[in-house]
Write a protein that binds this ligand. Structure first.
Ligand code: FEO
Length: 403
């Protein structure tokens, strides 16, 4: 192997995770900068491993642990989250390290049993308010159900004042640096927003509750150590917590996204004219073609937009397949959009725009105008109607922002 080394977080805590430089797809999310699977080793009377790594990275984690202590000296393993990017190597770790105990939430026990069947020993179930003594420090647990899986929980290490936050406050960002203060703010913002939009958007309400009520956040926290991306130290975690609140609140911005795909450039011409109507009305506007933008980038830009206009050609009596993909993805993530609009060109019967309007309605997105459909190539009159359509969407947003 590569003689992987652990990275010191504090005198008692080491990062022993893995870097997945080449990951470009994470259940539908395009991870253009790869990711890390963070695991942390706590050195105390009871040596404890917090989370593990995706199965193919087990050896990398084992080597990093071995650079600090013999892996067989691990007494406890804590599984904060059962998804396979963090627990994929759990059975191997329990078997090789011969850990005495495995801790997880009640839902975690069910999920891990369903994944590993008889390959894991009996687990010790913990719940919010429980803590385990490790020696000088103890580890307290807070369940964070549906953030973002039923089993999710976070752990707080007293003494070292570290919140091990599993997926929360993370991002998909591979890199040689382990701490947020070693990255530029624009990269952190971009990747945190993309991660939130693609992983956590559906749970925005629960995140606000968590930020308001998580007992751990009232504790004296020096470090937030998520399971992906950089660790927040030196009191820096306020930045990511504030960003999470901003993302979760989804206050409509005076901003529009015109999202479309096109067959023969007619829907594209409509999109341009609608965008022009929005721009002339003073709304900051961005055109996104699904031909050149994947769904995970698109949802990141859509998050927070006050207006979303969606355009599709009609093909074989249906919306274009790329729009079907995008709207299905969006329906799962449920972004809050103040004002929507559907449009598109057609050659035969023109169902596409109506289908988009129905999909927006299913997402509770109000539409101040009926779907705008144009047969074949939009002429000057049709393009003028598109500009007007954009202006109607802009006025509807302004009214909402003022009310
Ligand atoms: Fe990083 Fe929900 O797994």
């Amino acid at each position: 192997m590569a003689n992987f080394q652990a990275v010191k977080v504090t005198e008692k805590v080491w990062w022993v995770g893995a870097i997945d430089w080449h990951l470009r797809e994470f259940h539908g999310y395009r991870t253009s900068r790869g990711t890390t699977y963070n695991a942390f080793l706590v050195l105390d009377d009871k040596v404890t491993l917090i989370d593990t790594v995706k199965a193919p990275f087990f050896e990398e984690m084992r080597e990093r642990i071995a650079s600090v202590i013999e892996p067989e000296k691990i007494d406890y393993i804590v599984s904060n989250h059962a998804e396979m990017d963090h627990s994929g190597s759990l059975a191997m770790a329990m078997q090789e390290f011969k850990a005495e105990k495995l801790f997880c939430s009640m839902q975690g026990e069910k999920a891990l049993k369903a994944h590993f069947h008889d390959k894991l020993p009996a687990m010790e179930v913990v719940k919010t308010g429980d803590s385990i003594a490790l020696g000088k420090n103890s580890l307290a647990f807070v369940e964070t159900k549906m953030l973002h899986w039923p089993d999710s929980m976070v752990s707080y290490l007293t003494g070292e004042k570290i919140l091990f936050s599993q997926d929360a406050f993370g991002m998909h960002l591979a890199g040689s640096e382990r701490f947020a203060d070693e990255y530029c703010d624009s990269v952190l913002y971009e990747e945190a927003k993309k991660y939130f939009a693609n992983i956590l958007l559906l749970q925005s309400g629960k995140i606000i509750d968590l930020l308001d009520n998580l007992p751990g956040l009232d504790l004296d926290i020096d470090i937030v150590a998520p399971d992906h991306g950089p660790v927040w130290r030196n009191g820096d975690h306020g930045k990511i917590i504030d960003l999470y609140r901003e993302f979760a609140e989804q206050k409509p911005e005076k901003r529009a996204v015109v999202l479309f795909d096109t067959m023969w450039h007619s829907t594209e011409a409509m999109a341009n004219a609608i965008a022009e109507g929005l721009i002339q009305s003073g709304i900051s506007t961005e055109l996104i073609s699904l031909h050149s933008c994947d769904r995970s980038e698109a949802i990141t830009r859509i998050m927070g937009a006050g207006v979303l206009a969606v355009g599709t050609p009609t093909i074989n009596n249906n919306m274009y397949p790329s729009l079907g993909d995008m709207l299905t993805y969006m329906r799962g993530l449920k972004p809050k959009i103040a004002v929507g609009g559907a449009f598109g060109s057609f050659g035969w019967s023109g169902e596409g725009a109506k289908q988009v309007a129905e999909a927006l309605t299913l997402m509770n997105i109000e539409q101040p105008a009926a779907p705008l459909a144009v047969k074949y190539v939009p002429d000057a009159g049709a393009l003028a109607r598109c500009v007007e359509f954009g202006k109607v969407l802009a006025e509807a947003l302004k009214n909402k922002l003022e009310s």
